[in-house]
Design a protein around this ligand. Structure first.
Ligand code: DGL
Length: 258
């Protein structure tokens, strides 16, 4: 737990949140709600989405490019708001960079505790050793992982006009008691997925935001209004617009219409 007793919001280093594109804005939003006095910087790479069909070396190369820029801000911590990068690169990132790096993982443990569960993820995440290990440890022999190769790119490219049928066509045709969202982009179509499978949905966003909040604690004596949210890389106009929607609508993703 990090305590800071002095009000210095404008000067203090930001918590840097990173995703390939818009998916991580969900996690940024949840972290902002929990830590109203922290500065945040959002790093995205929207023009290269999807990351989920890349190899580990490609991903690591791109992510290091982003992390090198991040390092110049002397971040309070980096939050990898991307299941794909967490699954394939987090150990290598932790070896290379001196600051604290927090990742996100599919919420297999709570979901599998309740019944037959499916994990929806990118190709790279689904094929990763990290997710195989997670399923082996917490999946209770009733967890299956499915790749949704085109879903993240569809969401990234159509965020203001998401279509229920188009999303449904990109989902595996299986039955489940629980669905785990193994990609932060999928949160924007949570309600479509819930309807499609008729069951409870789990994602790692809330758990990760709670973890970040626990590390930073609640700050004292600092005006919310003086904190800074900055954007780096990718399509800043789009990312900023979506974050404004999330703040205004309280993560009611269906409201993302222009
Ligand atoms: N949002 C990312 C994830 O959580 C990756 C999406 C993509 O770029 O394929 O896996």
């Amino acid at each position: 737990m990090i305590y800071r007793m002095v009000c210095e919001a404008c000067a203090k280093p930001p918590i840097c949140v990173f995703d390939s594109g818009i998916g991580g804005l969900n996690l940024l939003y949840e972290c902002m709600r929990r830590l109203p006095h922290e500065n945040f910087a959002y790093f995205a790479d929207n023009y290269r989405v999807p990351y989920g069909n890349m190899t580990q070396d490609e991903l690591f190369g791109l992510t290091c490019g982003v992390f090198n820029k991040m390092q110049r801000l002397s971040p309070a911590a980096a939050v990898v708001a991307c299941n794909t990068v967490t699954a394939l690169c987090i150990d290598r990132l932790r070896e290379r960079y001196p600051f604290k790096i927090i990742g996100i993982q599919p919420a297999v443990k709570p979901a599998a505790a309740e019944g037959e569960c499916i994990v929806l993820a990118t190709k790279a995440t689904a094929e990763s050793g990290a997710v195989e290990e997670l399923v082996k440890r917490f999946g209770r022999d009733r967890t299956r992982v499915f790749q949704c190769r085109e879903l993240a790119a569809y969401i990234e490219n159509n965020i203001f006009s998401l279509d229920e049928k188009a999303v449904s066509d990109l989902l595996p045709n299986v039955k489940a008691d629980e669905v785990v969202l193994g990609c932060t982009h999928y949160a924007y179509v949570k309600n479509f997925i819930k309807k499609r499978y008729g069951c409870k949905i789990f994602d790692g966003i809330i758990g990760t935001a709670n973890h970040v909040a626990k590390i930073f604690g609640i700050e004292s004596h600092c005006a919310t209004t003086c904190r800074k949210i900055s954007f780096f890389g990718g399509n800043t106009v789009k990312n900023r617009t979506i974050l404004k929607f999330l703040i205004k609508e309280g993560a009611n993703y269906f409201a993302l219409k222009r």
